[in-house]
Design a protein around this ligand. Sequence first.
Ligand code: NAG
Ligand code: NAG
Ligand code: CA
Ligand code: CA
Length: 239
Amino acid sequence: MHMSISIDINVISCSQSISCWFVEPTARLVFMILISLPDSGNHNQSAMMKNVVGFLALFVFTGLANGQQVITVTNGETDGRWGPLETCPAGSRAIGYQTQNELDAPVVDDSAVNTIVIFCDDPLQTNLTSTPGYTGNWQNVQTCPFGAYMKSFQLRVSPAGNTTDNTAVNDIRFMCSNDRDISGIGNNGGYWGEYSAECLEGICGIETRVRPDGGLLVDNTALNDVRFTCCTPADFKNF
Ligand SMILES: *[C@@H]1O[C@H](CO)[C@@H](O)[C@H](O)[C@H]1NC(C)=O
Ligand SMILES: *[C@@H]1O[C@H](CO)[C@@H](O)[C@H](O)[C@H]1NC(C)=O
Ligand SMILES: [Ca+2]
Ligand SMILES: [Ca+2]
């Protein structure tokens, strides 16, 4: 039961990005067969058939998840376009992050979180941003304790429709592989959503959804959503 839910989450999370249709074609195909199975008159037979196909889907999907799993949350906002996927160099994964935030100010229009930078643990300490924002102050770098890495995340978001000031994503925090979270300073508006699924091997890539600066007459929101790709065991094979 739990596993079949994770299939749904991954297929849905991927549906917003064209590239995902190429990344997981087999999982998608099996999923479509699964949901389009004709409901024959014989319910026992059709239910059994769905179980068999569901099991196969799970099997194929588990193999593919080792290729490209995406973790998402459900409370992101929808303005702006998804930016490019940026990934850690092979053999490394994300162990820390930093945000650029326009913190809550008396002026009406704040955009809260603009940019999320994640730091990989390769020798060059490669940093990834996908699409960056355009304003705000850099907050402190937050890093998992030595030996731990980031495996899931949670967003604090103001839902669209705030007549005073929309900000979309206000804050983010990550869970590390030692089950301690890391968090910095963000804005207090809106609500924390649920944690994303966990990347067993850690987070290896980032895609952000940023609404570009609309100028002085627009209620800017900057970062609207973010999602991460999981590392795979193959990423660490020769390291
Ligand atoms: C990210 O890496 C680039 C290239 O090394 C560097 O110029 C930049 O300052 C780094 N950004 C952060 C936030 O550390
Ligand atoms: C709506 O905007 C106001 C002003 O910025 C803010 O204080 C409040 O927290 C926002 N409400 C929500 C639900 O985010
Ligand atoms: Ca404000
Ligand atoms: Ca705003």
